[in-house]
Design a protein around this ligand. Structure first.
Ligand code: HEC
Length: 146
């Protein structure tokens, strides 16, 4: 992929994750997993905004964001283990019907973010990061997020 394609996919990924806020679930299990996703989303936004140039490049901030994404992704299997959905949840029942695949997609995000944190030395590297990390978000959201 060339830089233009990567930046276009970065913009798409950022747009795709600009979710409208919905009412808060009163179920603590759902709250915890949505909170983890919010943390992942906020940190991914730091990478995306820097890739777009609306945030100044700060290598330490990018490293920290990618580490947080990786560490939070590691908690996803545990946070989603209990099969529970309600009107405020966007989790698909398919998660629990395809549990091993869901876990492998959480592991893929964990690995993509960890790998990416070692390869960022300038803003020019962020297009590739948006592609690999953003790709891991989409690979799970497409089948498993309503
Ligand atoms: C292993 C699967 C998986 C991966 C990987 C994943 N997500 Fe999610 N995400 C989900 C599911 C499932 C939901 C819906 C959870 C619910 O509503 O109960 C969700 C919800 C969200 C939400 C909405 C949270 C809220 O406020 O309710 C955001 C934001 C989000 N994800 C961002 C991301 C970003 C950014 C990435 C990649 C850096 C990512 N996710 C990677 C499965 C995943």
């Amino acid at each position: 992929m060339n830089v233009k394609t990567l930046l276009a996919s970065a913009a798409l990924a950022t747009a795709a994750f600009g979710f409208a806020a919905h009412a808060e679930s009163d179920n603590p299990t759902i709250q915890a997993r949505q909170q983890a996703m919010k943390t992942i989303g906020q940190n991914f936004k730091i990478v995306g905004d820097t890739a777009k140039g609306t945030m100044e490049f700060d290598a330490a901030a990018i490293q920290a964001a990618l580490t947080t994404i990786s560490e939070t992704a590691a908690t996803v299997p545990t946070l989603f283990e209990e099969e529970v959905v309600d009107a405020e949840s966007d989790a698909s029942d398919d998660i629990w019907a395809n549990w091993d695949d869901f876990v492998s997609k959480a592991e893929a995000l964990q690995a993509a973010a960890a790998d990416a944190s070692g390869m960022v030395s300038s803003a020019d590297d962020l297009g590739a990061v948006m592609g690999s990390v953003g790709g891991a978000c989409g690979a799970c959201h497409k089948p498993y997020k309503l």
